[in-house]
Design a protein around this ligand. Structure first.
Ligand code: GTP
Length: 444
């Protein structure tokens, strides 16, 4: 639910304004120091893609130089006046900021613009809300929405008071304002209760997922997670490798729910491949928290395939944003293969050379043309061969011969006897652990 109380849910819909045409937006991003203008413009391009994904049209993009932020209106007075003029001339429905702005700044700016003002957080939550498919994703986003809304209740009621005030009755406006104050208190209590209820529901869904996760761990198949910036081509890669039929679109956050597929490498090794939610620069903290459990599960994989759109002008920044998020999730030390995608549309080969230097252990592919797939599989096989697992094994008497093979190929950490069986705890290379799969004692 957003400032005007509307919840947008259906994916791919266009958001109509009061005149029945698609809502248009003026996009604003700020930069400090003239050498940051170019990246500010690139950020505006990304914001424009998010806005289009949300279902609005972009009337104009403004990169604003800034020396000092204004506590009450975010931008200085002169800049705000300039933007008000532009917004009026272009007759836009909303002004959208690339940054997070405080509830008070948002409220003040809406008064000055007489138009809806959104920030990046609200926009991304809106996009996520439209695109969520599973029950858990919906619950997590509802929770993020409510948490976003809680400090903004006053803004919503100011909206209503103003509407009442402009409809001819000044006294009515003042009266409503009083009602608004009481209503804010009631709404706060309702929100708090709803947040508590959602937390309980989420905990239930999570426990079901934890059981599924445990059964996956028991399967002893190496798990690869494809992680990366939104639109890097993660779903395209999963589809190309496994015919998974995952939704692919040139829009941001086509995938919000994880998809897992089995895949057999050319050395006949079976693996599990997980497609994950895309990362984005400045992912709102409310959403990091919301998707932490989903992301944690994905990065719990044995090996990460970090997919990077090598053809993107901000490929390095996007790779960095993904690294930062992995770090926040405590996964920076996982084995990672950097996979440079979209090499079929690469225009600047020197950019790829730089990327490869900055991210060793890499491979270049096109998920679309399948170029580089052989090398990718080779890299995956090599990486698995480096992986080790600690497993508990029960070897029956008739298979005692395997004990010496296990000693030769791995490290036996402990050995006990139970009736006629040998119980071993062994540190084994992944592929060897897989070979002795039938002897592995499942973890409780
Ligand atoms: P999110 O769900 O937003 O995280 O996106 P994603 O990383 O799953 O990307 P997706 O697979 O949906 O692809 C995004 C766009 O990039 C689609 O239009 C794909 O067709 C396109 N794409 C993916 N891989 C390639 C590639 O190797 N070459 C080219 N030219 N386009 C690609």
């Amino acid at each position: 639910m957003f400032g005007d109380g509307r919840i947008v849910r259906d994916g791919d819909q266009l958001i109509p304004n009061e005149q029945g045409s698609v809502e248009s937006a003026l996009l604003v991003s700020v930069y400090q120091g003239s050498n940051n203008l170019k990246s500010c413009q690139e950020h505006l391009d990304e914001l424009a893609l998010l806005v289009k994904t949300y279902g609005m049209s972009v009337a104009d993009k403004q990169a604003c130089p800034i020396r000092k932020f204004d506590a009450s209106t975010y931008l200085g007075k002169g800049k705000v006046e300039e933007l008000i003029k532009t917004a009026q001339e272009l007759d836009v429905d909303r002004i959208i900021f690339d940054d997070e702005i405080s509830p008070a700044q948002q409220r003040n700016l809406e008064k000055l613009f007489s138009r809806r003002v959104m920030d990046r957080t609200e926009l991304i939550i809106g996009v996520f809300a439209q695109r969520a498919k599973t029950k858990e994703a919906h619950l997590q986003i509802d929770l993020a929405e409510l948490r976003y809304l809680a400090p903004r209740l006053k803004r919503m009621w100011t909206h209503l008071s103003r509407q009442a005030g402009t409809s001819g009755s000044g006294a009515g406006g003042a009266y409503l304002k009083g009602v608004g104050e009481t209503q804010i208190e009631i709404d706060r209590r309702i929100l708090k209760k709803k947040i508590e209820e959602l937390n309980i529901e989420i905990a239930e869904v999570k426990s079901i997922r934890a059981t599924q996760r445990l059964s996956r761990q028991r399967s002893e198949i190496p798990i690869f997670a494809i992680v990366g910036y939104t639109n890097a081509g993660k779903s395209t890669l999963l589809n190309a490798l496994t015919d998974a039929g995952v939704f692919v679109e040139d829009k941001l956050f086509a995938t919000l729910d994880t998809t897992t597929r089995k895949f057999t490498l050319k050395n006949h090794q079976e693996i599990l491949l997980i497609d994950t939610v895309g990362f984005i620069r400045k992912l709102p903290h409310l959403l990091v928290a919301a998707f932490k459990s989903t992301l944690e599960e994905s990065i719990d994989a044995d090996i990460l395939l970090h997919l990077i759109d090598a053809s993107h002008p901000q490929a390095e920044e996007q790779a960095q944003a993904t690294h930062d998020l992995l770090k926040e999730l405590g996964a920076e030390n996982k084995p990672i293969i950097h996979v440079f995608n979209k090499i079929d549309k690469l225009t600047d080969p020197s950019a790829l050379i730089r990327l490869r230097m900055n991210h060793p252990k890499n491979v270049c592919i096109s998920a679309l043309t399948r170029e580089g797939f052989d090398e990718l599989e080779q890299k995956m096989i090599e990486e698995i061969s480096k992986q080790r697992k600690i497993v508990d094994l029960r070897i029956p008497q008739e298979d005692y011969a395997y004990v010496s093979e296990i000693r030769r190929l791995g490290k036996v950490l402990s050995q006990e006897y139970e009736e006629n069986d040998v119980i071993l705890k062994a540190d084994l290379p992944f592929l060897i652990a897989n070979k002795f799969k039938s002897f592995i004692i499942p973890k409780q």
